[in-house]
Design a protein. Sequence first.
Length: 182
Amino acid sequence: MRNTAKFLIPIVASSFGMVLPVAAQQTGQRPQSYHQDVSKPTEQDNLRTAATAVNARRGELFRNKDLAGLTALYLPDATYIQLLPRIQVMQGRAQIQQHLHDVMAASATDLVATVTSAQMGGNGMMKVGGDYFLVVKGGNKIYGHFFQELRQDEGTWKIAMHAFARPEPVTAIEASGYHVGG
């Protein structure tokens, strides 16, 4: 029976996730943490955290209607691309700021982005994807998707390119050019 117990204890213990401490006791070795590598953040986790911070700051500045702070998150030569509801390409902070002003003036009160992917690309560029929604009149939410390229500027991640699509117009300019299905 004593010999059988030697083999059953590790089997039973492993069923409850305790195989390393039991095995260590039997061999006299120091136990290693089973979750040692799981708790370490990966590079992807760190990138997603950085991208989430940039987009959370964007949302905060949008809610506070701080256009100067909001556009400062973009590089001076940033490209801002609206795919839907109306295709429009804006270049540089002044054009981006005007678009964001128009969105705020159309009674959009909140911008909430959720980063779903982040990875390093070439030339130190972080590629970021995600979903977002704008809160508009009456508390309605308009959902969309975005893609960004972030680049470090003096140690801070800034938006170099931002492309987005949402199915519904928010501003008067978007509504005037909104055509679905040709």
